[in-house]
Design a protein around this ligand. Structure first.
Ligand SMILES: [Mg+2]
Length: 294
């Protein structure tokens, strides 16, 4: 490499002084730009972007309730949003909530947690959990969606603002089409990809359709979607919280860990923990005044 790409550090907080953290960060290469407004504290500064900066941010930002991203200073506004659903766009794990209707939430959610941490094979863990739901009446799916599934704060604004700037929005989930189709409609995603729960017309059979959409299929979705738009992975924002999101998050030009498992957060240079999904807009350089659907 003969010429390093200039990097920008973006800090986003609701209460902490983002500009003060930006000014104190190690290896800054210019002046701090304060982009605060409407209850958001937002600051940007050019950085060299070494490992020491990441360690410093990990140590210093929690006390300020600040989320952060280190991104190339160019091509910041992405043309594809590809996002995980469970515990990212919505606050729930649908499979765990569904298991509650079968009286098995504790057993199923313990497996979900291990799978999302990367401790279990994704497909094997999915097959195991779905098998536990055999015989569950289909009315439980409707009740689960209506009573439990809720969009996370900022989800609507993230999708609406990016779409207002010509981006395509795709929901990609290792969960189930019954839920992704409904959540995609709620948050106005353009498309959704997910697994299919098999049923006999009255109840779940305990099987999931093959092939299972897992970690590799999420990366494939990112590559297919960008290719279809005549773009590259560099033009994509990938968002997720679990181990099965890691490959698409690594491949994307902007990969964001949202309230993520440690294995995911450790590999990303953009993290949302304290604020909400609108931080993903500020990481792309959008101004507070540009947010659609607020
Ligand atoms: Mg998830």
């Amino acid at each position: 490499m003969t010429h390093a790409t200039p990097l920008v550090l973006t800090l986003v907080s609701r209460s902490g002084d983002a500009a003060a953290i930006a000014a104190a960060a190690p290896g800054t290469t210019g002046d701090v730009a304060d982009r605060s407004g409407a209850g958001w504290r937002i600051a940007e500064v050019g950085v060299a972007g070494g490992a020491d900066l990441v360690a410093w941010l990990n140590a210093e930002t929690p006390a300020y309730g600040a989320d952060w991203a280190i991104t190339p200073a160019t091509n910041r506004r992405k043309r594809l949003l590809i996002s995980d659903m469970d515990s990212t766009i919505i606050g729930q794990e649908c499979l765990d909530e569904l298991a509650d209707f079968a009286g098995l939430k504790a057993e199923v959610s313990a497996i979900t947690e291990r799978a999302m941490r990367g401790e279990l094979d994704f497909a094997g863990a999915l097959v195991q959990r779905v098998a536990m739901l055999k015989g569950l009446n289909l009315s439980a799916l409707e009740a689960c969606h209506a009573e439990r599934v809720r969009l996370n704060p900022g989800a609507r604004e993230l999708v609406a603002t990016m779409k207002a700037h010509r981006a395509r929005a795709v929901l990609v989930s290792g969960g189930f089409g019954y839920f992704t189709s409904r959540v995609a409609a709620m948050a106005r995603f353009d498309a959704d990809r997910a697994n299919t729960l098999m049923d006999d017309g009255a109840a779940l059979t305990g099987a999931v359709a093959l092939p299972i959409l897992g970690r590799e299929a999420k990366l494939t979705a990112l590559l297919e979607e960008t290719s279809a738009l005549g773009l590259t992975a560099d033009d994509a924002l990938a968002l997720g919280d679990g181990a099965n999101d890691l490959d698409m998050i690594r491949a994307a030009g902007l990969g964001i860990a949202y309230k993520a498992k440690p294995i995911v957060a450790a590999e990303t240079r953009a993290r949302i923990v304290h604020t909400d999904l609108r931080a993903a807009l500020f990481f792309q350089g959008y101004a507070v005044s540009e947010i659609v659907g607020d």
